[in-house]
Ligand binder design. Structure first.
Ligand code: GLA
Length: 734
């Protein structure tokens, strides 16, 4: 619900358990942030803006206007006039100047939620959410800024975005435009962020918030392996189950910056938006710029509650694919099985064996097109290599279909190899600084998708392959980050638009693809999990989590990913051993149990793995069919974290009716002479009784316990024998 109290000039935005308040102040109608936190009944909280303290408001004390600007809690701060904290919006007028401050003009409160032009965004019906449009302006610049807030009625989430319009007569440049800001008191917070690298994405970091600016960001042209568009400020005492959290997550797949700035007065300004590095957007008179959406979550109930809010929102109000609520076909991908060395016969031999074991889809990865026999050529030449795919693509797909399996294919549409027919024909289609040799990465360049002719040409190449056979799945990859930011297609004063135009074009292409092929299962990927973000989830219900499928490395990757994203979105496969990334040997059973927490599939050559591993596949397939509804739709809880305790990992899912639950326990290194572990379960119905069975260990007898006992006293999990051992525990109402 959203209300406006005209006397107090206060907006109050309520979700089920939280309140957000905005106030209009002084004759100049400054827009201030009042409050975000536990739900309030009272609206009279304007005192929190401290306008009753020196330096007071400008109408009372104009001599200290600068001090006012520097301490007022702005709802959407600009800069250059006295607020020395970092602002959310930067402009450069035709005259070359930069100062701005925003004043309230008008507002509108409406049922539902408008879409954001060209951008992915969360959505909801008129019953599910309410939106506030707050129109502000700087009349000296000739700029209007529309702040959009949506509250969801069934989830403790507020989304925000910003639209800037040039209402003047000439042009100006936007040099920065963040999407959200909260100016509040720093109550000794910690900062939680996600970091990593290729093959070890999204590890959780928590550190003390200090004075000055602390940020997490990417200007790699994508959300990245290295940093993640997520920032949470949390109370020192916040745990999984208790404590305050202010969290922001960005519905965007390009450059971002999330930042907390602690000031001289112990205030903190928390912001998120497009990274200003090399961003400069020209707005002609009458033109607008739409900034992407930020999802904000507040809770005083710890990380479990924060995670629940994000999962719920993304499951119900972000992912659109018809696969969202469906079991995904169990796939086998040939990448780690064959790399580039395959042909029709080899693929069919894998498919034949896989189909006997219950695997439901063959995915042909990199290497099927052009002269692509290594990663040094042919990106852009999206024509089937009939020397390898002898008999043609349709023949291969039909043969796979005859085995009762679906067929999927890999593309990397955004790229161009210097050694490709496409590049020889269109050297100016690569992103490059004219006159400077381009910087190669994985021996490839990035296509200049700011040019519509490039987008149309590549889209058509991809779509015509998809039209040529019964292809039911696409893995859309992106294997290098952006450099050499320059476009042959943009004028000099629009080169600073390239990064964002690139992301808009990726969205446009995926939008076209999912509209033309509405039944396609799309899986996004970027050198593993470099573009695992809410922007991509709008187009694909699943994203490849990481190129590292080692069961132990995956514990941290999947913990960090599941902090925000539903298990149904996490691409997870069983791969071969020794693991191709870390060389570790883990039991096949454990690899299966860890992959069951995601979309589940295989990434190995079933014709070559040891017989005893192959023999386990039908059992794993059966487990997937038995438990996937629960994993996909259930509520997720983190029970223990290997990244914190360095001993074991444990997570749990519980069905909506709380009749069933699945607990995964993974012991990393075994310890000599150790007893069972006592773990406290969560989310059960205290009054129900549950039959507890250890799915992968017949020697442990089933037992019945009450939900109360399991949650308060705990379950004893016998110590598994050996390293890297997992236990899957199923609870069913007795
Ligand atoms: C990326 C992907 C892999 C695989 C290769 C192919 O690294 O993450 O899964 O598809 O590209 O080149």
């Amino acid at each position: 619900m959203i209300t406006y109290n005209e006397n107090e000039r206060v907006f109050k935005l309520d979700t089920p358990n939280t309140t957000y308040m905005i106030g209009i102040v002084d004759e100049e109608n400054f827009v201030g942030h009042i409050y975000y936190g536990r739900k309030l009944e009272d609206t009279d909280a304007s005192y929190l803006m401290r306008t009753g303290e020196p330096p007071f408001v400008p109408s009372r004390n104009n001599r200290e206007r600068c001090s006012f600007y520097d301490c007022f809690p702005f709802e959407y701060p600009a800069s250059g006039l006295g607020d020395y904290r970092e602002g959310c919006i930067g402009i450069r007028t035709a005259g070359g100047h930069a100062g701005a401050v925003l004043s309230y003009v008008s507002h509108e409160i409406m049922a539902g939620k408008p879409g954001l032009e060209g951008l992915p965004a969360t959505f909801g019906t008129e019953e599910e959410c309410t939106t506030l449009k707050l129109l502000c302006e700087d009349r000296y610049v000739g700029m209007q800024v529309e702040l959009l807030y949506t509250v969801f009625h069934d989830t403790d989430v507020i989304t925000r975005s910003v639209r800037v319009t040039n209402t003047g007569t000439g042009h100006f440049y936007l040099t920065k435009v963040y999407s959200a800001c909260i100016d509040m008191d720093n109550r000794d917070y910690d900062m939680v962020t996600l970091h990593g690298s290729w093959a070890r994405e999204r590890h959780i970091q928590r550190k003390t918030l200090g004075y000055g600016i602390q940020s997490v960001s990417s200007f790699r042209g994508e959300s990245s392996h290295q940093d993640h568009p997520f920032l949470a400020l949390v109370d020192k005492n916040t745990t999984q189950e208790n404590g305050e959290i202010y969290a922001m997550n960005f519905v965007y797949s390009g450059n971002f910056r999330a930042q907390a700035e602690v000031t001289q007065f112990d205030y903190v300004r928390m912001t998120m938006g497009i990274h200003p590095e090399n961003f400069c957007w020209k707005l002609e008179s009458g033109e607008s710029f739409q900034a992407p959406e930020v999802v904000m979550v507040y809770t005083d109930k710890g990380f479990d509650a924060m995670t629940a809010a994000f999962h719920r929102l993304y499951k119900k109000h972000l992912i659109r694919s018809e696969y969202r609520d469906r079991k995904r076909p169990i796939l086998i991908n040939n990448w780690e099985a064959t790399y580039f060395d395959f042909n029709t016969e080899k693929l069919l031999s894998i498919a034949r064996e896989a189909s006997k074991l219950g695997i439901e889809m063959l995915v042909m990865d990199d290497g099927w097109f052009g002269r692509r026999n290594a990663d040094d050529c042919a990106l852009g030449d999206w024509k089937v290599n009939e020397e390898k795919i002898n008999g043609g693509l349709k023949y291969l797909v039909d043969e796979v279909n005859k085995l009762g399996m679906k067929f999927g294919i890999w593309f990397e549409p955004e790229m161009i190899s210097p050694d490709s027919d496409l590049y020889r024909e269109h050297p100016d289609w690569a992103i490059a600084i004219p006159g400077r040799p381009g910087t190669e990465s994985r021996q490839q360049f990035v296509l200049d998708l700011s040019r519509q002719e490039v987008v149309d040409c590549i889209y058509e190449k991809v779509a015509s392959v998809l039209r040529s056979a019964n292809i039911e799945y696409v893995k859309w990859d992106m294997n290098r980050q952006l450099t050499d930011i320059g476009s042959y297609g943009l004028p000099a004063d629009r080169q600073g638009e390239l990064y964002h135009r690139y992301v808009l074009a990726v969205y446009q292409m995926q939008d076209r693809l999912t509209k033309e092929f509405p039944h396609l299962l799309l899986e996004n990927c970027s050198g593993g999990g470099a573009r695992f973000d809410p922007g991509m989830l709008y187009f694909s219900p699943q994203i490849w989590c990481s190129d590292d499928a080692d069961a132990i490395e995956r514990l941290e990757i999947q913990e960090g990913t599941a902090l925000l994203y539903p298990l149904s979105t996490m691409g997870a496969h069983v791969s071969d051993c020794p693991n191709h990334t870390v060389g570790r040997v883990t039991p096949f059973e454990t690899r299966g149990i860890v992959a069951l927490a995601g979309t589940f599939g295989y990434e190995l050559d079933v014709t070559k793995i040891p017989q005893e591993d192959r023999d386990m596949i039908p059992g794993q397939v059966a487990m997937y069919h038995k438990y996937n509804d629960l994993v996909r739709e259930g509520d997720y809880y983190r029970i223990a974290s290997y990244s914190q305790n360095h001993k074991f990992d444990c997570w749990q899912v519980v069905s909506g009716d709380r009749k069933q639950s699945l607990v995964t326990f993974v012991q990393v290194l075994n310890r000599a002479n150790f007893k069972s572990r006592r773990i406290l379960l969560k989310g059960l119905d205290a009054g129900k009784r549950y039959n507890v069975s250890f799915v992968n260990d017949d020697n442990i007898e089933d037992k019945v316990y009450s939900g109360e006992m399991l949650m308060k006293a705990g379950l004893l999990v016998p110590n598994p024998w050996g390293d890297f051992r997992a236990r899957l525990i199923f609870l069913d109402e007795a």
